[in-house]
Each structure stands twice: as C-alpha cells, then as structure tokens.
Design a protein around this ligand. Structure first.
Ligand code: HEM
Length: 142
C-alpha cells in the first residue's frame, strides 16, 4: 500500500512567513518575467531579421541604451531568484535527509548569488569601445 505522508508544516513562525513571501514572489516575478522574457525573445529573435541580427554590434547597440540594461538586469535578477526559489521548493519537497536538504539549498543560493554578481557586473561595466580592433567598426564608439 502506498503511504502518503502528511505535508510537513513550516518549522517556525519565521519559516512560515518566509514561505508566504516566497509564494507571493513566485507569482509577482512570474508576471514580470512573462513580459521581460517574451519581450526579449520577440525583439532579439523575431523582429528585424530575427536571429541573424545577433552579433557583438547588436549587443553593443542595445546596451548603449540604459533602458535595455535595466530590462536585462531585471530579467537576470528576477529569473535567477525565481528559479532558485523554485528549485528550493523542489529540494524541500523531495529530499528526506535534513543535512542533504541544507547542503543543496545552500549550494543553490551560493550559485544564484554568484551568477547575479557576475551578470550584474557584465551588464553595468560592459564597454564595447575598449578594444580598438573592434570599436572602429561600431557606430556607438564614434
Ligand atoms: C515566463 C515566465 C514565468 C512564469 C509566468 C513563471 C511562473 C511560475 C509560478 C507561478 C510558479 C509557482 C508554481 C507553484 O508554486 O506551484 C513557478 C515555479 C517555478 N518556476 Fe517559474 N515562471 C516563469 C519563468 C521561469 C524561469 C525563467 C525559470 C528558471 C530560471 C523558472 C523556474 C521555476 C521553478 C524551478 C519553479 C518551481 C516548480 C515547482 O515548484 O515544481 N520559471 N513559476
């Protein structure tokens, strides 16, 4: 006979509060991600010649405009936190050993934080004009 265990209740009031915010975050970030991700895909891969337009010059041109830096930065932060929190839910649902659960969740957040820091550095410090062998071909560097 298959035994279905009673769902585990949050360990403390603080944990319950965190779960509630996590639940809400998944829905709110999901709404933003719908616009950000599909907007990103349509603009980059469908409009103006589609995928053939993607090149270093295309990225340099896009990131010359702060609007696209904010768009891509938001997508990076929201999607990484959303994906990591979603994976945390899955880990909590499926791991039975407490130590393993903690190690997996800790690893998830470390990877998430590292990718957010690296990605944010790329988006905020990107300068296509530093390499003179390429910059003379780019209108944004003139
Ligand atoms: C198109 C935009 C997206 C929308 C509207 C969306 C929406 C949602 C919602 C509402 C949930 C909660 C489901 C639940 O609690 O039962 C969820 C879970 C999840 N999402 Fe997203 N999401 C989007 C994009 C993404 C992206 C880009 C990633 C990866 C980086 C991702 C990874 C996950 C994961 C791992 C879960 C947990 C699944 C589970 O609990 O079984 N989602 N998503």
């Amino acid at each position: 006979m298959v035994v279905i265990e009673t769902p585990r209740s949050p360990r403390s009031r603080k944990a319950a509060k965190f779960e509630r915010w996590g639940w809400l975050y998944m829905r709110i970030s999901g709404m933003f991600l719908l616009v950000l991700i599909f907007g990103h895909l349509i603009i980059n891969l469908v409009m103006n010649g589609g995928i053939t337009q993607i090149s270093f010059a295309f990225v340099a041109g896009k990131w010359a405009d702060p609007f696209w830096k904010i768009w891509d930065g938001l997508m990076l932060w929201l999607a990484l936190i959303h994906g990591t929190n979603g994976m945390r839910t899955i880990v909590n649902d499926y791991t039975e050993r407490e130590t393993l659960r903690k190690v997996l969740n800790y690893t998830l957040w470390v990877v998430c934080a590292s990718l957010i820091i690296l990605g944010t550095l790329v988006v905020t410090t990107f300068d296509p004009c530093v390499d003179s062998s390429v910059s003379h071909t780019l209108s944004v560097c003139k």
